[in-house]
Design a protein around this ligand. Structure first.
Ligand code: BLA
Length: 513
């Protein structure tokens, strides 16, 4: 048995952007910029464009495409490539004209040209594109809530592409995710199921912030090599981060097989330059989606990404206005109070309501005023000593205190969630809020702790789960999470209170004088 410790971070180490392989539904050509000499070609060129790799390598692209098409490519070398894709290209072979979508992008001093054979005649003009997306965009913008928007998006993407299952998959802070909207004709829904971070490892999430869409038309494909294997200019594997034909991680292909999925497409959803989630699409048989339809889906993902911030801001709108009115009450009470504690103590219930807490402690010097359900004074004292070095911008928050502070085990029923605010370090003024433990059942799409497979020879290997059967976990020691608007309310409260504390301190100093 091997001594190597296999853990979930192994998944993160696979260099998925440089597989030196592509999927077989198109051909990839690496061209020298600006001569357009063919430096590298995928080994399926005979099947796709009708020429053997050695008939193309070292030759000018004009051996493959006519002068008009070469001119088109040269013109777009000076432009933003994304806006010209796809190029309408055709190659004559044995007197037969084969039509392709040409997808180009720049990489240092080379150009990568990918050719996907056109499957059927489709409408490709600007107005056809506009017609296809106009209604969808309006519906997305009109949605009143984030969830409603997600439900519209899964329906629209399914209508446009014909996938059997379309989902919105949202990441949490740790990289785990949950299906929050779904449109499908399958009997087993994935809605509300959770998946661990290793299902879409870190480097994949990073790559998906660079390219907006991935398509795997047939997960049972035979990967195609590049000839030569390395980029001849650098003698390094070719960086396929932005390639549309990039071959997918074999672990992920196995995962899809285990899930009963043959074709998969995913579209990135971004917020603040971070991957917020994915629109994930499945089909049980091979399914190719043309570049034009993919562009429409990508555009829907981009519009949804912009709208995410708007929809999130309008969530909890009533709650937010309630928080504002509580803040006003604090301003009034504190401006009249001579001492910080007096002002706060008068508003005990408001103090709890400000962040929907069930307990709070106001610390001022060596005085501790406890409101609602809180740990004992000595427990709060010790907890505060532990929290102080961890404050960040005067704040500390957790929804599962026992994870990092085992001493909380004895009082987790009333204080699994803690939010702490430092008002003045010098005067030892702090406010702590507490939330009780809420025992939750999380529905996982398969046991999240089982990605390691033990082989008959005893060796261990990272491998995707075999079963996606519902697996329920009871989560203990966790409170409901603190919402961003609650954290914001507490930060604003601090600036109100700081003024009062400073006034008090001045007063005390003058009295002592
Ligand atoms: C990639 N994993 C992915 C992708 C998705 C998922 C959507 C993006 C590629 C695609 O579009 O298909 C996961 N798909 C899901 C989930 C749902 C879904 C959670 O539909 C839920 C409904 N996967 C594992 C383990 C590893 C792993 C254990 O389970 C690693 C050891 C790896 N997943 C993995 C890798 C990729 C991936 C490496 C990147 C594939 C690539 O782009 O090359």
């Amino acid at each position: 048995m091997t001594d190597e410790i296999i853990d979930l971070t192994n998944c993160d180490r696979e260099p998925i952007h440089i597989p030196s392989l592509i999927q077989p539904h198109g051909v990839l050509l690496v061209l020298q910029d600006p001569t357009l000499e063919i430096l590298q070609v995928s080994s399926n060129s005979q099947e796709v464009v009708g020429f053997q790799p050695d008939e193309l390598l070292g030759k000018p692209l004009s051996d493959l495409l006519d002068i008009k098409q070469i001119k088109l490519i040269k013109e777009c070398l000076t432009e933003d490539f994304e806006s010209v894709n796809p190029l309408n290209l055709s190659i004559k072979h044995h007197n037969k004209l084969i039509h392709f979508d040409g997808i180009v992008h720049h990489l240092d001093n080379i150009i990568i040209l990918e050719l996907e054979p056109k499957k059927a005649k489709e409408k490709t003009g600007f107005f056809d594109f506009y017609q296809q997306v106009r209604g969808t965009i309006t519906r997305i913008q009109k949605a009143l809530t984030l969830l409603e928007m997600c439900q519209i998006v899964v329906k629209e993407v399914r209508r446009i592409t014909g996938f059997e299952r379309v989902m919105v998959y949202r990441f949490d802070r740790e990289g785990a995710g949950c299906v929050i909207a779904e449109d499908t004709n399958h009997e087993t829904p994935y809605l509300d199921l959770h998946y661990p971070p290793s299902d879409i490892p870190k480097q994949a999430r990073q790559l998906y912030t660079l390219n907006w869409l991935r398509l795997i038309p047939d997960a049972s494909y035979q990967p195609v090599t590049l000839i030569p294997a390395n980029n001849p200019l650098t003698n390094q594997p070719l960086d396929l981060s932005l390639s549309v034909l990039r071959s997918v991680s074999p672990i992920h292909l196995e995962y899809l097989q285990n899930m009963g999925v043959t074709a998969s497409m995913s579209i990135s959803l971004m917020q603040d330059q971070k991957l917020w989630g994915l629109i994930a699409c499945h089909h049980s048989s091979p399914k190719y989606i043309s570049y034009n339809i993919r562009t429409i889906c990508e555009f829907i993902g981009q519009v949804m990404s912009v709208e995410l911030a708007n929809k999130e801001a309008s969530e909890d709108i009533d709650y937010k206005s309630q928080l504002k009115s509580l803040q006003t009450q604090f301003v009034e009470s504190l401006s009249q109070a001579e001492y910080f504690l007096d002002g706060m103590v008068q508003l005990k219930s408001q103090l709890l309501n400000l962040v929907s807490a069930t307990g709070a402690v106001i610390c001022s010097g060596d005085q501790y005023i406890r409101v609602g359900q809180t740990p004992s004074e000595s427990e709060v004292h010790a907890l505060l000593d532990w929290i102080k070095p961890q404050l960040h911008h005067n704040l500390f928050e957790t929804r599962s205190l026992t994870k990092n502070y085992p001493a909380a085990e004895s009082f987790k029923a009333i204080a699994s969630g803690v939010l702490a605010l430092e008002i003045s370090k010098v005067h030892h003024n702090y406010i702590l809020w507490f939330r009780p433990e809420v025992i939750q059942t999380v529905n996982w799409g398969g046991n999240p702790n089982k990605p390691v497979e033990v082989f008959s020879d005893g060796s261990l290997r990272m491998s995707p789960r075999k079963s996606f059967e519902l697996w329920q976990e009871t989560v203990q020691g966790s409170a409901l999470p603190w919402k961003p608007c609650e954290i914001e309310a507490v930060t604003e409260l601090r600036s109100l209170v700081v003024g009062v504390v400073l006034r008090q301190a001045d007063k005390l100093a003058s009295m002592n004088f």
